[in-house]
Design a protein around this ligand. Structure first.
Ligand SMILES: Nc1nc2c(ncn2[C@@H]2O[C@H](COP(=O)(O)OP(=O)(O)OP(=O)(O)O)[C@@H](O)[C@H]2O)c(=O)[nH]1
Length: 392
């Protein structure tokens, strides 16, 4: 009996072990049904994979018609030419800039002249103010003398009267009767262009002035050629070419370190051939004390004149250098017969009196003034607008 019980127990245990072994194996061998596929088994919705499964119906291959001729290469668009601002009335636009820079000078004078008692001390202060503004000794003495006389004879009742008096006397000194027109008309008799030679010491703003002047002329519908006769500084020719390119003006240039006279000659020749109205020639900056360089400048002018006389020699002076500008004016005037002065950087100095001083020194008028670094910040000089700018 005991034996039977043991056999039954062993059979039960073995059976249970066999069942435990077989059931999980069968479960592991089951193949799970594949999940429904978006785009195949049902319409895809939010959160479904966006890419079409490989089983998705394929797009059939279609024939595409090719154009008969290959497409023409696309030309890079030329930069649009700038339209410079007309020159007329520019000084009026720039007057506030002039007034800002000269405010110390103008306001100082007006408040001194408006004092109740104009004693010797006040007149001395007026004199000092004028000298500080670079008016020069002789013009200062003349002006003070005239103001004193008129104040004594006519009397100065109020600030308005002081302003009127000062305006009249400053205007007389600046001299509105001087001919400040630039000679930039083509020569009718032989069809030659007008030639403008631009000279001055280093860094006064010659190249910038030539570039700005080209814009003034383009605004007046003149045809212009530029000559980059500053062959010392390679960047000067690049700078000038950029100015020209902006308004569609051609720049004639030579090799770096080449003969400036030959570049100037070629520029005028190109101007004659292209029948332009004006040729503007930029020259290298040179100190008035360097005899060799000054002789070279004389040569540039003589070589250009093989084509015919130069119409304008513009001396560019930096207004911030004050009295030193007068020395430059004297020496340049001896070498090249200056016909007009360009006073640059008047926006950066309160020494507007230099206009009078330099006109006296050279006996030639200020024709243009620079009042900023912007491309259209060069203005034809206008005596009235200038004096009004000084007085604010
Ligand atoms: N604020 C101000 N800056 C000016 C004016 N005119 C010229 N400049 C600046 O003066 C600097 C010198 O100008 P350039 O034209 O290169 O002078 P440059 O006389 O040709 O110089 P070099 O070739 O070295 O003799 C530049 O930074 C100009 O922008 C002006 O009227 N006002």
């Amino acid at each position: 009996m005991e034996y039977i019980v043991i056999v039954v127990a062993v059979v039960v245990v073995l059976g249970a072990a066999l069942a435990a072994f077989l059931i999980p194996r069968r479960r592991r061998g089951e193949v799970a049904a594949p999940p429904p596929r978006p785009g195949v088994d049902y319409q895809p919705g939010v959160g479904d994979d966006a890419t079409a499964p490989v089983e998705a119906p394929r797009t059939p291959i279609r024939d595409v018609e090719l154009p008969e001729a290959p497409l023409a290469p696309v030309e890079p668009e030329a930069p649009a030419l700038e339209r410079p601002e007309p020159a007329a009335g520019r000084l009026v636009r720039l007057r506030s800039r002039l007034a800002r820079s000269q405010s110390g000078f103008g306001k100082g004078l007006l408040s001194l002249l408006s004092r109740e008692r104009l004693d010797d001390e006040t007149w001395e202060e007026i004199e000092d103010t004028l000298l500080t503004a670079d008016l020069g000794v002789t013009p200062t003495q003349e002006l003070v003398e005239r103001l004193r006389t008129r104040a004594r004879v006519e009397g100065i009742q109020d600030p308005d009267a002081a302003r009127t008096l000062l305006r009249e006397e400053l205007l007389a000194l600046v001299d509105p009767s001087l001919d400040r027109a630039l000679r930039t008309d083509r020569h009718l008799e032989d069809g030659r262009p007008a030639v403008v030679l631009v000279v001055g010491v280093n860094g006064t703003g010659k190249t910038t002035t030539v570039g700005k002047l080209a814009r003034v002329l383009v605004a007046e519908d003149r045809d212009v050629v530029l000559g980059a006769a500053d062959t010392f500084r390679a960047a000067a020719a690049d700078q000038l070419t950029t100015w020209g390119d902006r308004v569609g003006v051609v720049t004639v240039r030579g090799p770096e370190g080449g003969d400036p006279a030959s570049v100037a000659f070629d520029a005028v020749k190109a101007g004659i051939e292209q029948e332009v109205d004006v040729v503007l020639v930029d020259t290298a900056g040179r100190l008035q004390t360097k005899v060799g360089l000054m002789d070279e400048l004389g040569k540039v002018k003589r070589v250009i004149e093989k084509h015919g006389p130069v119409d304008e020699v513009l001396l560019v002076l930096d207004a911030t250098t004050g009295q030193n500008g007068l020395v430059q004016a004297r020496v340049f005037g001896e070498v090249v017969d200056v016909t007009g002065i360009v006073l640059t950087k008047l926006d950066g100095t309160a020494k507007g009196g230099i206009v009078v001083a330099v006109q006296r020194e050279l006996g030639v008028p200020v024709k243009l003034v620079g009042l900023g670094e912007g491309p259209d910040d060069l203005a034809p000089f206008d005596a009235e607008a200038f004096v009004d700018g000084i007085l604010g």
